[in-house]
Design a protein around this ligand. Structure first.
Ligand SMILES: NC(=O)c1ccc[n+]([C@@H]2O[C@H](COP(=O)([O-])OP(=O)(O)OC[C@H]3O[C@@H](n4cnc5c(N)ncnc54)[C@H](O)[C@@H]3O)[C@@H](O)[C@H]2O)c1
Length: 266
């Protein structure tokens, strides 16, 4: 048990990546606070962890609203005494090209992906400093933050911003013994998230065919699942990573390392 006794907050706990990371942290002994703007995502994730024998709390919170974020962190501090780890996972995926993007949609995506991470990091880090907790903050980026993807202007911009937010926050917090690292997922195998949703009592969604054959395009020829990100998050949250800060841990089956004209398997 690598996280026994630790208190972790995970934002954006849908059955997909956030739910998978929350489950992975809980399986290593962490008490997990499941935070989401959709109450069912917060509550069902916490219930799922409790049903597996873990300890969890569901909190409804919009990460773009500073008063709500402050109240959420205060509730965790009052309930458990401190926060050891934060996983900034809440995000809005998908998008439009720079030619099409309406300003309100741009503003909301930047607010959730970038400002939400800033606000949660700010208030959790203040709590860590106040309680002298040598904590770990993890930022969920994306391979779309490393490369220019067509038709996804606000997502690419926000995720790229998060990579340097991570390094800058790591510099701000190093003297307090708080580590800040990013974790880069890529196109994710949908099956595990679907299965978790079904286990939470949700209907199985219709399978959507993807425009691109992602598994054929990554060097490892298969896509990561949320559990693979969870293992990386456990490492970054644990004392095993005690000298790791300002780092981006890519769990992308080699996607970013690939030389662009190479088609694996061709
Ligand atoms: N799915 C992928 O292939 C993929 C690839 C790379 C990176 N990522 C990143 O992983 C993270 C999770 O992705 P996912 O596929 O599980 O997406 P998802 O849509 O299933 O989950 C995102 C969660 O964030 C929550 N959320 C949205 N706005 C919020 C707000 N204002 N306050 C609090 N919660 C809010 C949603 O309700 C949802 O539960 C995102 O940051 C995403 O950018 C995903």
């Amino acid at each position: 048990m690598k996280l026994q006794g630790k208190i972790a907050i995970v934002t954006g706990t849908s059955p997909n990546i956030g739910g998978g990371i929350a489950q992975g942290l809980a399986d290593e002994g962490a008490t997990v606070v499941c935070v989401d703007v959709v109450p069912a995502n917060a509550e069902q994730c916490a219930d799922w962890i409790k049903g597996r024998g873990g300890t969890a709390l569901g909190v409804t919170c919009d990460v773009t609203d500073e008063a709500q974020v402050e109240a959420m962190v205060a509730r965790v501090r009052d309930t458990y005494g401190r926060v050891d780890a934060l996983v900034n996972n809440a995000g809005i995926l998908g998008g439009l090209s720079v030619l099409e993007m309406p300003l309100p949609r741009w503003n909301r995506q930047i607010a959730v992906n970038l400002t939400g991470t800033f606000l949660c990091t700010k208030h959790v880090a203040r709590c860590m400093v106040e309680r002298a907790t040598r904590g770990s903050i993890i930022v969920i980026a994306s391979t779309a933050g490393h490369q220019g993807q067509a038709g996804n202007i606000a997502y690419c911009t926000s995720k790229s911003g998060l990579l340097n937010f991570t390094r800058a926050a790591a510099m701000d917090l190093a003297r307090h013994g708080i580590r800040v690292n990013s974790l880069t997922p890529t196109a994710t195998d949908p099956e595990e998230g679907i299965e978790r949703g079904v286990a939470w009592g949700r209907p199985r969604p219709e399978q959507r065919s993807r425009l691109l054959d992602f598994p054929k395009m990554v060097p490892m020829q298969k896509l990561p699942s949320p559990r693979h990100y969870a293992r990386a998050a456990v490492f970054l949250a644990s004392d095993d990573a005690e000298m790791v800060t300002g780092f981006d841990l890519r769990v992308d089956a080699g996607a970013i390392a690939k030389y662009w004209p190479w088609v694996p398997g061709a």
